[in-house]
Design a protein. Structure first.
Length: 497
């Protein structure tokens, strides 16, 4: 019976293993992995093999970069005695959960290939290490915290690997601290990310600091793009779905999350002026029996400061089938909250099954209370809140961004007819936005818009509200007249008539 070595460094089999795969990550994967890497993964693998590698990978969905990272971390731990590897990201729990999941499969495969290694390399929830060197030979996930970049300092080792996932969103101060640890010629620095930010160290690595194609000279980083459209791992059906979901090749979201490239337009205005003008003439066909009236109201913060807007629309459909047509749009510069509430109440009694939606923040709270005292139900809009679904939270910073993007989609798809007003065109075509560090749509705050000379888009806001509320079919239940009579009977009973 063979005697098991207590220290893997004393095992002749390990010495032979280390010699075989030392600085040869490609051989490690190709000879031990049951799956054949794609050509995109091989490009990343070969770049990471080199001692002193500096690698930037801009990737779309599903290209297999996390799978490569799992093999990379395992190779580095098993091949270089007393090595250190750091996996970091702005959201380390998400990054760790993905890479750790793949790492489970890598470990299982390596222990099948080399059963004598079993027990020498131990994976825990927050550490992967070589026994008995838990504190000196390890892979360690760490959060890249913008508020405390100094927490990333202190890592120095002849064999040090730093992997920065979501690198586009990592603050440059953190990149500076991490790169400050790369003092040995063998240290490796690997960044992977969707290209969500046009500035910062990751963007510089993919552009100005990238080695020139051909001779590989003139720069620091090997810059690699893993385009989902070109990946053998990504289905044509998935690409078609994302083309529709993100709004086509011209969409910044599609360029970032599928093409893996910095978009042509990271910001600017959300809706082109020509779209806003054209949508005033869009012909919309509504179903005969499933549509309703909705009154969308934005309340001014003060008389003569900005406008209160009451926007009556005809609405049908839900989600991406929503149809909206403007019927009446009125602005009021000189109405206080109580007067505006009375105007809304008059419309409520005029249109059957009218749904009333009011901006619930600021002065809108007073209007809502006034209406509720009159027995009028109100949908309160709070669009500073996060989106309701996880999928939407990944795409939009809050409900305001969600509603604006849904308005844009409806205009583009000829599902929205706007009011014939010059102010509508002016406001809808001057809605500044950006994609945040997580690649989500984020609308510019109104305070910043005001500082840039853009007036409060009160009318435009009511158009966006149409994608945050539902409707009651106009033909369902009591008619407007019978509902009015019911309120009259209630009033008579109250006064004792």
């Amino acid at each position: 019976m063979a005697v098991r070595c207590q220290n893997i460094l004393s095992d002749a089999r390990y010495l032979k293993f280390r010699e075989r795969y030392y600085d040869d990550f490609a051989a490690y994967v190709l000879e031990n992995c049951p799956e054949t890497p794609t050509w995109q993964q091989m490009e990343m693998i070969e770049a990471c093999s080199m001692p002193g590698a500096r690698v930037g990978v801009a990737s779309g969905h599903g290209t297999g970069k996390s799978w490569v990272l799992a093999w990379l971390l395992d190779w580095h731990l098993r091949t270089f005695p007393h090595s250190n590897a750091i996996l970091t990201a702005t959201n380390i729990e998400q990054a760790r959960s993905v890479v750790w999941k793949y790492l489970d499969g890598v470990i299982e495969r390596m222990e099948t290939m080399y059963p004598w290694m079993r027990g020498f390399f131990v994976k825990e929830t927050r550490r992967y290490y070589a026994r008995p060197f838990k504190d000196s030979w390890y892979v360690l996930p760490k959060t890249a915290s913008k508020s405390a970049p100094e927490n990333m300092a202190g890592q120095h080792n002849n064999n040090l690997l730093i992997v920065v996932d979501e690198a586009s969103g990592v603050d440059d101060a953190i990149h500076g601290v991490l790169r400050g640890a790369l003092t040995h010629r063998r240290n490796r620095y690997v960044m992977t990310s969707q290209p969500t930010r046009p500035g910062g160290h990751f963007a510089e690595a993919m552009r100005n600091l990238a080695r020139k194609e051909g001779n590989g000279s003139g720069g620091i980083y090997t810059a690699i793009t893993m385009n989902s459209e070109e990946s053998p791992l990504v289905s044509l059906q998935f690409i078609r779905e994302k083309l529709y979901e993100y709004g086509g090749h011209h969409s910044p979201e599609y360029q970032i999350k599928v093409l893996g490239r910095f978009p042509d337009n990271m910001g600017g205005y959300l809706i082109p002026r020509q779209w806003a003008e054209d949508c005033q003439y869009t012909e919309i066909t509504f179903p005969d029996d499933d549509w309703g009236y909705v009154l969308l109201c934005d309340v001014a913060e003060g008389v003569h400061r900005d406008s209160s807007v009451g926007h009556l629309v005809k609405m049908a459909g839900r989600d991406d089938k929503r149809l909206v047509q403007s019927l009446l749009c009125e602005e009021f510069l000189d109405l206080n909250e109580k007067e505006f509430a009375r105007w809304i109440a008059s419309k409520y009694h005029e249109y059957p099954n009218l749904t009333v939606a009011v901006d619930g923040d600021g002065a809108g709270r007073t209007v809502i209370l006034e209406l509720e005292e009159q027995g009028i139900p109100v949908v309160s809009i709070h669009w500073g809140l996060p989106c309701h679904t996880t999928a939407a939270q990944r795409r939009y910073s809050n409900l305001r961004a969600f509603a604006h993007c849904k308005l844009r989609e409806a205009i583009f798809e000829k599902r929205f007819r706007g009011p014939h007003m010059r102010k509508f065109v002016d406001q809808v075509s001057q809605l500044p936005y950006k994609l945040d560090e997580r690649g989500r749509y984020a609308m510019t705050p109104k305070e910043k818009m005001r500082a840039e000379g853009i007036k409060s888009p009160d009318l435009s806001d009511t158009c966006c509200f149409a994608f945050l509320v539902d409707y009651v079919p106009a033909g369902v239940g009591d008619s407007a007249k019978s509902r009015q009579n019911k309120f009259l009977e209630m009033a008579k009973a109250w006064v004792g008539e």
